[in-house]
Write a protein that binds this ligand. Sequence first.
Ligand code: 5GP
Ligand code: ZN
Length: 113
Amino acid sequence: MADCIFCKIAQKEIPSSVVYEDENLLCFHDLEPQAPVHVLIIPKKHIASLDAVTQEDAALLGGLLLKTGEIAKLLGLENGYRLVSNCGEDGLQTVRHLHFHLLGKRKMTWPPG
Ligand code: 5GP
Ligand code: ZN
């Protein structure tokens, strides 16, 4: 999608520090890490948010969740981690391309801010 920063990252028009990639997914380090490990996992397909997901995306998203555990192992998050997807205005989503924050290597707090 034109003017989507994460589409541009997925297409390598904007550089990123890639952790994992396959035909459907890209995982790269967040520009402003909020934990010692903070990566973003995105589908390469442009989907605006969890709110915009359809039945057609079931296999894609199932595959993404399955891969998340593998990526966590790859990053050495054996002590646990947090997976977050901010959605819409109340969720404080700033980039309107579906993404999951994978955060680890520090003790998280609850409730989140
Ligand atoms: P959101 O606020 O939508 O949940 O998360 C967007 C995330 O994308 C933020 O954590 C922000 O730091 C990250 N981000 C925004 N622009 C870029 C970029 O150009 N490159 C990378 N690697 N991360 C970005
Ligand atoms: Zn996009």
